[in-house]
Design a protein around this ligand. Structure first.
Ligand code: MRU
Length: 353
């Protein structure tokens, strides 16, 4: 990776997509390259590419691959095939709204009546996918800038899951805030929850900190409250997969108990996310679809069985933190506080009405 600490999570190479296979980190840094949108769908399902903004970018590039594959068809057949590929990609994971948002943006281009010729549609779709990717880099930069103002010299900042460069096109959301504070030479002590069951914190967040040469203290999810009680953690910053109109936040499982512990200890709890994570169509977090994943993710760790055969498993991938536990939401448009419907969803959405 040279001296460039920015991670190119996913890239459009003209007729193929190259992504970092995150299931292999931190032991191996390997890329996967494909020309087949079905591989992209599989990569999203298997969490080779994961994190709300990154899966949106991946789906947009996947749709472009489908368009390339079908460009020799008649305009009607072409649109039907690419629409069905888009639907397939959209069905891979239900919680992060960035996926549906990126797919909707691509479908708008596909269905533009001014674009009839499939070859022209391919050009427009690839340009749109590249824009979604490039814009995401810029969103991360702005989130970092706004969020860093909330971090003080001497803070101990805890994060959960991986909301870094690996979860976005580049830069991150929650981690962008910590990275920007460190760049501003604030003395920050970073803490990362390991994030069971799939250990995104231990495998990916800790790796990103080390890539940047920043010290990080890794802890079991269940040690977070103790670290707060000792006064080590003075701020929490997490990412989000979907934010409802009332400010309820869906994020990686374990975020809600972290917010409860933060409230008990008087520790500010911040959420960092781009506007593409906002879902103005849902009035509250109770309506957010929560993905449940295979039980083997809990009964096994990295393929090694740790629980007896035959146990039942409950494995929700996300939980919902009620808005009342959230101190503020940082987006690319600024820092917003409750009531979110009147602040964030009025001024900070960047979404079309
Ligand atoms: O299941 P994952 O690894 O895709 O879950 C990712 C998270 O929950 C992240 O915290 C969230 O997507 C925010 S990423 C900028």
């Amino acid at each position: 990776m040279g001296t460039d600490t920015n991670i190119r999570t996913i890239e459009w190479l003209g007729d193929s997509v190259r992504l970092i296979d995150q299931t292999r980190l931190p032991l191996e840094f390997v890329h996967k390259e494909t020309r087949d949108y079905r591989d992209i769908a599989e990569s999203i399902r298997r969490l080779e590419v994961r994190g709300a903004p990154a899966i949106g970018v991946a789906a947009a590039m996947g749709i472009t691959l489908a368009a390339l594959e079908h460009q020799a068809l008649s305009p009607d057949e072409f649109r039907a095939e690419v629409s069905s590929a888009a639907e397939f990609l959209n069905s891979t994971r239900p919680t992060a709204v960035n996926l549906a948002w990126a797919v909707a943006r691509m479908l708008k281009v596909l269905r533009d009546p001014a674009v009839v010729d499939p070859h022209e549609a391919v050009r427009r779709l690839s340009a749109e996918a590249v824009s979604i990717c490039e814009e995401d880099r810029e969103l991360s930069r702005r989130i970092g800038e706004y969020g860093a103002a909330l971090i003080d010299d001497g803070d101990g900042v805890l994060t959960h899951c991986n909301a870094g460069g690996l979860a976005t096109a580049e830069g991150g959301t929650a981690l962008a805030v910590i990275f920007a504070a460190v760049e501003q030479r604030k003395g920050v002590r970073a803490f990362a929850d390991e994030t069971r069951p799939l250990l995104q914190g231990a495998r990916l967040t800790a790796w990103e900190f080390r890539q940047r040469g920043i010290d990080v203290t890794l802890l079991c999810d269940s040690a977070a409250a103790s670290a707060m009680a000792r006064g080590w953690v003075t701020k929490v910053v997490v990412g989000a997969d979907r934010i409802a109109r009332n400010g309820d936040v869906a994020n990686k499982i374990g975020t809600f108990p972290l917010a409860l512990a933060a409230r008990e200890h008087g520790v500010p709890f911040y959420v960092a996310a781009p506007f593409s994570t906002l879902d103005p169509s849902l009035s509250s977090g109770a309506l957010i679809p929560i993905e449940e994943r295979d039980g083997s993710e809990v009964t096994e760790i990295q393929g090694v069985r740790v629980a007896p055969e035959g146990v039942s498993v409950y494995n929700p991938a996300f939980d919902v933190t009620p808005a009342r536990l959230v101190t503020a939401i940082v987006t690319d448009a600024g820092v917003f506080r409750a009531p979110y419907e009147d602040t964030l969803f009025r001024d900070g959405t960047g979404l079309e009405a």
